[in-house]
Design a protein around this ligand. Sequence first.
Ligand code: 13P
Length: 244
Amino acid sequence: MELIAGNWKMHHGGRDSLQLVEGLLERLIAPLPGEVVVCPPATALFMVGDRVQDTPLQLGCQNLFYENGGAFTGEIAPIFAREAGVRYAIIGHSERRALFGEGPEIYRKVQAAIEAGITPILCVGEQLEEREDGRAWPVVLEQLQESLQGLPPEKLAGLAVAYEPVWAIGTGQTASPEDARYMAARIREELKAVSGLRILYGGSVKPDNVDGFMELEEIDGALVGGASLKAETFARLIYREKKG
Ligand code: 13P
């Protein structure tokens, strides 16, 4: 089933997140075209989790730690996220890789999420120089191999992988549908043993360009930043209505 996830990053505290959820619920009439996941900041998870219970919206978080308890100041235990109602976790987002030095531990986060009953949305994607050097696929392959090491395909059933080229995030510039299709096809081939795999595209997805990605057979959904921050725009994107 199609999966559209809104990554609200460090925008919207609890009250604004709730307001955005109310705006979405007013506009989204079940059944939705697919699964819709909202990923508010961690401080809003419980509030939003309570509100989206028994609605068509699902709750996601933007990061997780790989331990379920202990002296890890500031971290988020997967089981605590699950308690708040989290079903999906964005893991290895490029902002976490670039700004917080994430990398080697990502596979442990993927594993811990799965063990807590949370579906990972694993993010991969190349930088602009890497694309220009013709290394987009080798870079993404290495990220996949590193992020999924030691995890047998049967454990990964239902995994979502978001291909988010770093240069397309927040820039208004997207990958061409052909490049996104190519990368999604390579990812699918690499993970062909994973049942129920979903591949999302992310990077400046808007109501006006979402169709170009969603109509591709290789792409099952989108991971959306800026265009998920307003109910009206996010709802149009979900229903693929170009003009409001
Ligand atoms: P934008 O949609 O704002 O480019 O952000 C994409 C993203 O990083 C989603 O995780």
